[in-house]
Design a protein around this ligand. Structure first.
Ligand SMILES: Nc1ncnc2c1ncn2[C@@H]1O[C@H](COP(=O)(O)OP(=O)(O)OP(=O)(O)O)[C@@H](O)[C@H]1O
Ligand SMILES: [Mg+2]
Length: 411
């Protein structure tokens, strides 16, 4: 009987000893002790009976499930996985796969040989290696058509001679790497140009123009301009990385947008006079309160109004307006900066907020631009949980609209 009730027997022996002890100590009557022991014995026997369903190790489940294709309980498990997964049988035929896998290989079908469903020689070779060695393998491959995509595939043996292919989409990671490389290339290129000019002038001043006072004055003026340009570029890059770093922490100081925009417009009056542009600003009567960072918002409107003055000067005027409009999460402050200059061709609109993107590099450089202004505006607005909209009809100017969530009252 001990063998039948298995591990419960030890419990019964201990309980028996305790009951005998209690009877001997006169704490319990013999009748009660025998009754309690009988109850324990019955419970032990019931617990020791063989159970109709016994959970087996995961590999057994996989193996038995695969023996009955079509009703495999592995299907919902694979379907629930977010990344592409394909299960292969011992002949490397597809047993199960999920929708992300079908998106990668539209020819996937149960029972198809992997080599036919997914024509990637690297994967087929990896599967063979896993079959031969019984050890997991990881490979990477890329696709060129219809678009560039990169994947890592982990091939693992799951049950004797079955293989699980788990895909990891590396495309976003590669894109970020590419963007970072582009960014470094652009930044160093932007710095190299003024640096080359500076060292050229230094050589001239040390050599042929050593005694030429007039040339020295002129060259030093140009050198100062180039040095300032480099300083501006580094300053903009630092601001951009600071804003990006804090993007997940929205500012929480309630601020009125109206005086901020008005001060920026006042500060740019000299530039406006130089360019013979009039700034029309329709000031609202009531405040427009947003949770904001004063310096960052000043920076953003400075760039938008300065751009309108620099690139839209031919229109002779710019208009700034304030409005309230319903947004996704409540009312929003809508500030529009409109110029009447040449406008922006449609193909450039989606790329304007990219770092260093300029429609006319020469014009922007001549204006002392670094091409980082709108990237900064975009990130400042993202940090403020707002957004930037750019509209333009060629020949009729451009409108840059900021939308920021409105909050309660200012402090
Ligand atoms: N109002 C506008 N009208 C026409 N083109 C514009 C206007 N605003 C911006 N652009 C174009 O967008 C480009 C990018 O602007 P952005 O503010 O990012 O850089 P930038 O003005 O060249 O340099 P920075 O702002 O760093 O001084 C400009 O070079 C210009 O070609
Ligand atoms: Mg600018």
């Amino acid at each position: 009987m001990t063998a039948r009730i298995g591990p419960a027997s030890r419990v019964l022996i201990v309980v028996g000893i305790v009951l005998i002890g209690l009877v001997l100590l006169s704490k319990l009557s013999m009748a009660v002790a025998l009754g309690a022991f009988a109850v324990m014995l019955v419970a032990g026997l019931l617990a020791g009976r063989p159970v109709p369903f016994v959970a087996s190790p995961a590999t057994d489940v996989v193996a038995s499930a695969l023996a009955v294709p079509g009703i495999s309980p592995i299907d919902p498990v694979i379907a629930a996985l977010p990344d592409a997964v394909i299960l292969l049988d011992r002949d490397s035929r597809v047993v199960a796969f999920n929708p992300p896998a079908r998106a990668i290989a539209p020819a996937l079908a149960r029972g198809t040989a992997l080599a036919l469903a997914l024509r990637v020689p690297e994967i087929v070779a990896a599967v063979r290696e896993v079959e031969a060695t019984g050890e997991a393998r990881r490979i990477e491959y890329s696709e060129r058509v219809p678009i560039d995509r990169w994947f890592a595939v982990h091939v693992a043996p799951v049950a004797p001679r079955f293989k699980l292919l788990a895909f990891q989409d590396l495309t976003p990671l590669r894109r970020v790497e590419e963007m970072r490389a582009d960014f470094v290339a652009n930044a160093s290129h932007e710095l190299r140009t003024p640096l080359a000019a500076l060292s050229g002038f230094i050589d001239t001043l040390l050599g042929p123009a050593r005694e030429d006072v007039a040339a020295r004055e002129r060259f030093l003026g140009i050198m100062k301009g180039q040095a300032e340009r480099m300083a501006r570029l580094i300053g903009d890059l630092l601001s951009l990385s600071r804003v990006e770093l804090n993007e997940h922490l929205p500012p929480d100081t309630p601020l009125d947008l109206v005086p901020i925009v008005r001060q920026v417009a006042d500060g740019l009056q000299t530039l406006a006079r130089d360019r013979e542009v009039e700034i029309h600003i329709a000031l609202p009567d009531e405040p427009f309160i947003v949770a904001g960072d004063r310096d960052e918002l000043t920076r953003a409107y400075e760039n938008l109004i300065e751009n309108a003055l620099k690139y839209g000067a031919s229109g002779k005027k710019i208009e700034i307006s304030f409005n309230r409009a319903p947004g996704v999460a409540g009312p929003e402050a809508v500030v529009r900066v409109r110029d009447f200059g040449p406008g922006i061709p449609a193909e450039h609109l989606p790329r304007l907020t990219e770092r260093f993107y300029r429609i006319d590099v020469g014009h922007s450089r001549a204006e002392g631009g670094t091409g980082l202004g709108l990237a900064l505006v975009k990130h400042i607005l993202i940090r403020h949980r707002g957004r930037l909209l750019i509209e333009s009809t060629q020949g009729q100017g451009a409108t840059f609209t900021t939308r920021l969530p409105l909050t309660g009252s200012a402090t």
